[in-house]
Design a protein around this ligand. Structure first.
Ligand SMILES: Cc1cc2nc3c(=O)[nH]c(=O)nc-3n(C[C@H](O)[C@H](O)[C@H](O)COP(=O)(O)OP(=O)(O)OC[C@H]3O[C@@H](n4cnc5c(N)ncnc54)[C@H](O)[C@@H]3O)c2cc1C
Length: 488
């Protein structure tokens, strides 16, 4: 009889990590390097969560979320992964906007934004300087209650064109709207626009492959196609339920096992972690109510466009923010029929390791879960085909002749995001601001249970998720070394 999939797992670990997004992988690696025995469980066959890629016939490889990240990734990867991982990070220099309000090209750093705001948009230099100084000094602990709209109106009143320049790229990166807290914008903007936009040379597959090698070298055990169905509790020293294990189901052979552990580190979404995996019976009622009240961010749709082998695309920018809508509106950006989309253009230098040069384009749109969730099969297929058609014709306007060079095009929707990540309402960017507090306070309310992953807009994106994994690993380590864990 063949061995069952879950047979190779131990019956006890110091930590079980649920989910292999960047926060989960980084947390697992940190905890293993700190000397803990770590099991990382992922329901999908691939690691990386949303930091993922996939292959299609014709030699196509598509990256889902490798559009751009802040320079901080270099330092974080070097420090928390390896110098070799950090060494493959490169800046992208050609970012373009094309919409009814303006058409421009930028290197997307603070100096170039200052130039654009003063020369192209004719904003007074002292307002621009004051805006950047204000962003730099914003602090999470100031409890600033203003919205992004308030912030923009203070420095650039009645300038929807400037509001678009400042928010549109951030909205694609983390789902922010004009009504989100100014502080979230301040922190993300300062990260993103100080030193430009960066990417990983080699592609997401090489990136995640290197992280996986590091995990193995650190001694992390990895279970793929392992769905954590629930977190298991015992009564703790103070009588409260204490997280002491997980029930895992093999998606290969259907087998189930309970694995005991000293702490659970969940990279499943914060609402899923509290309300579904822990379950309300194991969480104080007031805290469960807080978790219910957390709003999730919007989701995404994408169209993956493969250029036929042997064909090439002319240089047309690395990131192209396009829209036919004016003025800019956060609602239009997520509308079912939005005309706003970002094209990420992947030239051969994205994957210099390939034998022959290849080109690909990914069109990304922000979308609402509710517009896609209830469609029947026929409507779902029809609207996916519409997305493909709109993306191909949109690209043709910017790169004439691109359609004829395409031999693969397919769409992903919020339902796709939901299926592959199991996130609440298929959210691509975690939760709104209030999710950060629920995530941070979780171990106080449920001893032994920690959450790291996209929350609060701030802890989102590749860099935010990775760094949050480091922060939460330190807290998990401190807990495991304390008498509260029952392990010492
Ligand atoms: C279309 C799109 C484009 C993006 N573009 C960018 C970009 O250009 N730059 C950038 O910085 N960020 C981008 N992002 C955001 C970025 O990819 C994410 O913020 C980041 O990767 C999230 O990491 P995470 O650790 O929160 O976990 P996630 O990536 O959300 O992973 C969570 C993991 O947990 C697993 N899991 C959940 N429940 C269970 C369970 N019960 N059992 C086992 N496993 C489970 C899931 O399968 C998944 O692997 C983009 C996101 C999307 C959707």
């Amino acid at each position: 009889m063949p061995a069952a999939h879950l047979d190779s797992l131990q019956s006890h670990y110091d930590v079980v990590v649920i989910g292999s997004g960047l926060a989960g992988m980084t947390g697992a690696n940190r905890l293993a390097r700190l000397g803990h025995r770590v099991l990382l469980l992922e329901h999908h066959s691939q690691l990386g969560g949303l930091a993922t890629s996939f292959r299609r016939p014709g030699g196509h490889i598509f990256d889902v979320s490798l559009h751009g990240f802040p320079q901080g990734m270099v330092k974080s990867c070097r420090k928390y992964w390896s110098p070799a991982v950090a060494a493959s990070i490169r800046q992208i220099h050609d970012i373009r906007f094309d919409n009814p309000d303006f058409k421009l090209q930028t290197t997307f750093d603070r100096a170039d934004f200052t130039r654009l705001l003063t020369e192209h948009f004719r904003a007074p230099a002292e307002h621009v300087a004051a805006f950047f100084a204000h962003l730099r000094d914003m602090n999470y602990y100031d409890r600033d209650t203003r919205t992004i709209r308030d912030l923009f109106d203070e420095f650039f009143p009645a300038r929807p064109d400037i509001h678009r320049l400042l928010l549109e790229p951030i909205a694609y990166a983390n789902g922010s709207t004009l009504d989100d807290p100014a502080i979230a914008y301040g922190i993300v903007f300062s990260n993103f626009m100080n030193a430009g936009v960066f990417t990983f040379q080699g592609g997401t597959d090489v990136f995640i492959g290197r992280l996986t090698d590091e995990l193995r070298a650190s001694g992390v055990e990895i279970g793929r196609r392992c769905l954590v169905e629930k977190i298991l509790f015992e009564s703790g020293p103070d009588g409260r339920p204490q997280a002491r294990g997980v029930r895992v189901k093999s998606l290969r052979d259907g087998g189930e096992r309970d694995i005991a552990c000293g702490a659970v580190f969940s990279n499943a979404g914060v609402k899923n972690t509290v309300l579904r995996l822990a379950g309300e019976a194991n969480v104080p009622a007031a805290f469960a109510a807080d978790a219910h009240a957390v709003r999730v961010n919007n989701s995404s749709a994408q169209v993956y466009i493969g250029v036929r082998a042997g064909e090439s695309l002319p240089r047309s920018g690395d990131l192209l923010f396009t829209s036919e809508a004016s003025p800019f509106s956060s609602d239009e950006l997520v509308d079912f029929h939005t005309t706003s989309r970002t094209f990420s253009i992947y030239y051969p230098e994205t994957r210099p390791q390939l034998a022959a040069p290849r080109y690909a384009v990914v069109a990304s749109l922000n979308q609402r879960w509710e517009d896609w969730a209830a469609l029947d099969d026929a409507d779902y297929a029809r609207h996916k085909a519409r997305l493909v058609e709109e993306a191909l014709s949109g690209l043709e306007k910017h790169i004439p002749g691109s359609r004829a060079k395409t031999d693969w095009a397919e769409a992903a929707t919020p339902r796709t995001v939901g299926r592959y990540t199991r996130h609440w309402e298929g959210t691509s960017f975690g939760t709104k601001f209030e999710g950060l507090r629920v995530s941070l306070e979780l171990p106080e309310h449920v001893p032994g249970l920690f959450h790291a992953g996209s929350v609060g807009i701030i802890m989102s994106g590749w860099l935010g998720a990775l760094n949050y994994g480091v922060i939460v690993a330190a807290k998990t380590d401190a807990y495991l070394r304390s008498s509260a864990s029952g392990a010492v």
